[in-house]
Design a protein around this ligand. Structure first.
Ligand code: NAD
Length: 507
């Protein structure tokens, strides 16, 4: 199979690494099968307690050395990693597509995100700025600086099996931290491939062993990290249920967590919208990656004046979608990640019908030639009410919910009236509506777009969302600050000791 050619996993059985070295572990074996054709890709061992401890010891020692490397020198290592990913873009992109099931274009796009964040992080390595302040005391200087934190734990989800790791690790490395990555157990080979890709850079530059660690495993390994006081920052991407468990455990030990959880993203389509653009944004947003993006468009809130024509356009567009092997560029949608995800899709459709939803494009599981993995489903559309329990919940599959509105205020209320707060969009050419949507009385999401859909993001902005999406921000803008500890410094160059707030103290 195409994707397998990228990396030969036949002799690779280790799932625990400290950078260039792989550790023998007695943990459970995780086998990876492609959702594309159901075929076996490879298997790796999970971390057991002993290898986990060995990794954490190595990472702790590595941090003491790495934090003393000048930040621009750490940036140079990240620059070389970017070059390594450029050289392996096609092969890794194919593997991402084959192991996760997204289209080849999206697999390649995901590797491009790694390259982009490497470039961003290289520049950042010379811009880890703190502020200077004017002291209220004479002959005093005040400023702040950012220091490395320590071990950054990264727990990632299956749907972005490599990019999410890089959003965290590349920034963490230039900030002087070391990383311990627990990838999704559903996409272990993508993680193994990344570790192999950067190993040459680590070796050539004599980067301390332990700066880039991998601990394969399921939920229990994530739980060890959540409870581990040696991990001052745990960045966790995945479902809200996972984030709730991780957030509580990390808070209990006064650690810092960066949570990137589920979304329930809506596009508001105004009667002032360019309807062709609105259609493109909605269909791509709803069916791209087979509805398995955290930013997938799950709800369409359409003005009553254009509701019927939009509905017709959607039905026609869905009729043209091609479902099949995602490595074939002719197909728009690949499979869901596994049969459990298919069950989730089937039960959400049944629940939607029970709650009163009407399907204008019917769903269903595909069978027969080309669909042997049992993971291919039809994208579908249901007319619903926003308050249905199924609409309030994120189902990680291509089910689009269609709703009608009368006033822009009502549309914004509906858009906000869900527990999640990741991405949102309004399609309109009306300046007043657009500005209202982006104002403090508008969208309550971490991402709000006008005339661009909910799905996907550029690395330059801070990425993340509010409410049950977890509140974390990673990637661009000043997201780097969470990977460092801020220290405020006061230097007195006077010959006496004036106190703040004019307090006097005489002996
Ligand atoms: P998941 O929650 O099942 O698993 C994600 C990761 O968390 C895996 O590595 C898993 O092993 C680990 N994990 C699960 N339970 C844990 C626990 N109790 N303690 C510690 N670790 C635990 O999610 P998934 O099915 O892999 O991914 C889909 C979900 O991820 C969707 O909800 C999607 O919206 C979300 N997601 C969010 C973003 C974002 O940036 N907001 C990005 C990608 C995916």
């Amino acid at each position: 199979m195409e994707g397998q050619r990228a990396f030969d996993f036949k002799n690779h059985t280790h799932g625990v690494s400290t950078g260039t070295q792989w550790l023998e572990s007695k943990g459970l074996t995780i086998a990876s099968h492609s959702p594309v054709d159901g075929k076996y890709i490879g298997a790796v061992t999970s971390a057991d307690k002993a290898t986990y401890e060995a990794v954490m010891t190595k990472a702790t020692a590595a941090f003491h050395e790495w934090r003393q490397w000048p930040a621009p020198r750490r940036g140079e290592i990240v620059r070389q990693m970017g070059e390594a990913f450029r050289a392996n873009k096609t092969e890794l992109g194919k593997l991402v597509s084959y192991e996760m099931g997204k289209s080849l274009q999206e697999g390649l796009g995901e590797v491009q995100e790694i390259i982009d964040i490497c470039d961003f992080a290289v520049g950042l390595s010379r811009q880890l700025y703190g502020l200077t302040m004017h002291s209220e005391r004479p002959s005093h200087r005040m400023y702040e600086q950012y220091h490395p934190l320590g071990i950054v734990g990264i727990i990632s989800a299956f749907n972005f099996p490599v990019a999410v790791w890089s959003w965290n690790s590349m920034l963490a490395w230039v900030c002087g931290d070391v990383c311990v990555w627990k990838p999704s157990e559903k996409t272990p080979m993508c993680a193994v491939a990344c570790q192999h890709i950067i190993a040459g850079v680590l070796e050539k530059n004599q980067v301390p062993e332990g700066v880039s660690c991998l601990v394969m495993g399921g939920k229990e390994v994530g739980e060890w990290m959540s409870d581990d006081v040696r991990v001052p920052l745990l960045s966790a991407t995945g479902s809200t249920a996972m984030g709730r468990a991780v957030g509580v455990a990390v808070a209990k030990r006064m650690g810092r967590s960066l949570l990137e959880l589920g979304g329930n993203n809506a596009v508001i389509i105004s009667k002032q919208a360019d309807l062709n653009m609105a259609l493109m944004a909605s269909v791509f947003g709803a069916v791209g990656t087979a509805g398995q993006r955290c930013t997938t468009t799950r709800r369409l809130i359409v003005h009553e004046a254009i509701y019927d024509s939009m509905k017709q356009k959607l039905v026609k567009a869905y009729g043209q979608l091609r479902i099949g092997n995602p490595l074939d560029a002719a197909n728009h949608l690949g499979p869901l990640i596994d049969k459990a995800a298919v069950e989730g899709y089937v039960s959400a459709i049944a629940q939607c019908k029970r709650e009163g939803g009407t399907f204008i494009v019917e769903g269903g599981v595909l069978e027969g030639e080309g669909f042997e993995s049992g993971c291919y489903v039809k994208p579908c559309i249901a007319e619903v009410q926003n308050h249905y329990a199924v609409v309030q919940h994120e189902t990680f599959a291509p089910i689009l919910y269609l709703m009608k509105y009368k006033t822009v205020e009502e549309a914004i209320r509906m858009q906000n009236d869900v527990p999640q707060g990741l991405s949102s969009a309004m399609m309109t050419r009306d300046l007043r509506e657009a500005e209202l949507f982006l104002s403090s009385a508008g969208s309550d999401c971490g991402i709000a777009n006008v005339n661009a859909g909910t799905s996907g993001a550029e690395i330059g902005g801070a990425f993340g969302g509010e409410k049950e999406t977890g509140g974390g921000r990673e990637s661009g803008s000043d997201a780097w600050k969470v990977y460092m500890r801020r220290q405020t410094n006061t230097i007195n160059y006077a010959t006496n000791l004036p106190m703040a707030q004019g307090i006097t103290f005489d002996l």
